[in-house]
Design a protein around this ligand. Structure first.
Ligand code: 5AD
Ligand code: SF4
Length: 440
């Protein structure tokens, strides 16, 4: 029997798909390479923006005829779309041919439901966001040299645009001993990079009330034996503090690569987003990061078109982008999410949003390219992660600061650290050659 998993959304979902795969491998399934070959097809959905939902709707809908021709195929829908209020019923109504719908906190039911002959038309979603998965799930890691490790689930922040706290529930931190045990396990399996995952990693430990915090966790992991890279996401500027920066700066294992979503450069918009920091506070922590780690790569999430955003607000966002000079940024057009406070505010016309996102993307692209050019001629240590399918005969990996670098080479290099001299830059990605030279 074979399975095929389609994943939408963030790294949290990518890792949850590894858990779904882990459960299926445990009960004897193998990975398929296409829908056609699979006995079980799983859609792991995302609902953070309208575009993510539309994509999932389109792809699930497209399976209707395949299911008709081959009724024995089992189609499963999981992930954030199922956790929205009334979401599971809406999915079932729109796609009656879907066999199983599972919420993010009911994933462990999948093996049992598949093994039951009566698995058809089953919905197992618990909309109570405080309910946790009662068991730790096996993990079938699929992300090459990188191992994802959850340190916490859920979010308490309720940014007014965001659906995540409604579908992922309140913050729950995993015990530090469990996280450390997972880290030791993946290091012993040969993983060279670890990415700690949480919606707001900086508030790790707050709910444990035993003094555990994120800086302490980082310090403990970074002190473990072996050569490896430690990354984490996502941070929240209201909680990301100097203590964490000091720990990162003092460790050779923690990457100098920080993702710190600003969302907007206007204090008025930040206030209405319920972000709980000001532009000035954000710039203060950015200055501190840059002073402690001049080689740092800082990335961000930036949103335009939040309700009430004026041209002046938008220009303030552009000013901030010019001041910080992010090495890269994910740029988003605000999309109303049902049930969130911002969805009921007065919305910005589509043509205004379009003009703003176009200008922002151009501004950030120019900065990304200028910063890429600064790497030219220098030597950096790269962890080779994969082949680069765009260019046959090449492999690629990242600098400590997070830049993607492609070099000529074969897959035997995957998993090794190599020194690379940068010879060409193209927007966000770099090209280079293996070098014996001194690294920067
Ligand atoms: N519309 C557009 N972008 C959103 N994000 C979160 N919610 C929305 C929304 N309703 C963006 C934020 C967040 C990133 C993961 O997705 O920028 O940081
Ligand atoms: Fe959403 Fe804000 Fe929580 Fe991030 S911090 S998941 S944007 S509510």
């Amino acid at each position: 029997m074979k399975y095929f998993i389609v994943t939408y959304g963030c790294q949290m979902n990518v890792h949850e798909s590894e858990k779904i795969a882990g459960m299926l491998v445990d009960i004897g399934y193998d990975a398929a390479s296409s829908y056609e070959e699979a006995d079980v097809i799983v859609f792991n959905t995302c609902c953070i923006r309208d575009t993510a939902e539309k994509r999932a709707y389109g792809n699930i809908g497209a399976l209707k005829s395949m299911k008709k021709a081959d009724p024995d195929k089992t189609i499963v829908v999981v992930g954030c779309m199922t956790q929205q209020k009334g979401g599971a019923e809406a999915l079932k109504k729109k796609f009656p041919f879907v066999d199983i719908i599972l919420g993010t906190n009911s994933l462990d039911k999948l093996p049992v439901l598949l093994q039951e002959k009566r698995a058809k038309s089953r919905i197992a979603v618990n909309e109570d966001p405080t309910v946790d998965l009662s068991t730790e799930l096996p993990i079938y890691r699929t992300s090459g040299t990188n191992a994802w490790i959850n340190i916490m689930y859920g979010c308490n922040n309720f940014c007014t645009y965001c659906i995540v706290p409604y579908v992922r529930g309140r913050e729950r931190s995993r015990a530090i001993a469990d996280v450390i045990a997972d880290v030791k396990q993946v290091l012993s399996e040969g993983y060279k990079e670890i990415t700690l995952l949480g919606q707001n990693v900086d508030s790790y430990g707050n709910d444990l009330k035993d003094g555990t915090n994120f800086a302490g966790l980082l310090k403990e992991i970074a002190a473990l034996d072996g050569k490896f890279r430690l990354r984490f996401m996502t941070s929240h500027p209201k909680d990301f503090n100097k203590e964490v920066v000091d720990v990162i700066a003092a460790s050779s294992n923690i990457c100098h690569n920080i993702h710190l979503p600003i969302q907007s450069g206007s204090n008025e918009i930040l206030r209405r987003m319920n972000r709980k920091y000001t532009v000035e506070q954000y710039l203060e922590i950015i200055d501190y990061i840059k002073a402690k780690m001049p080689d740092v790569g800082i990335t961000s999430d930036i949103m335009i078109g939040f309700p009430g955003e004026t041209e002046e607000d938008f220009l303030l966002t552009c000013d901030l982008v010019k001041k910080v000079r992010f090495s890269n940024a994910f740029t988003f057009v605000y999309s109303p999410r049902k049930g969130t406070p911002a969805a009921t505010m007065e919305q910005i016309p589509a043509d205004v949003k379009k003009s703003r996102i176009t200008r922002l993307v151009k501004l950030q692209n120019d900065i990304t390219k200028e910063l890429s050019d600064l790497y030219l001629g220098n030597v950096y240590e790269i962890l080779i992660e994969d082949v680069n399918p765009k260019y046959p005969g090449t492999v690629c990996g990242r600098t400590d600061s997070g830049r993607l670098v492609t070099i000529d080479g074969d897959p035997s290099l995957i998993g090794s650290f190599v020194n690379v001299k940068i010879t060409k830059s193209r927007s966000a990605s770099l090209f280079g050659e293996i070098s014996q030279g001194e690294k920067k």
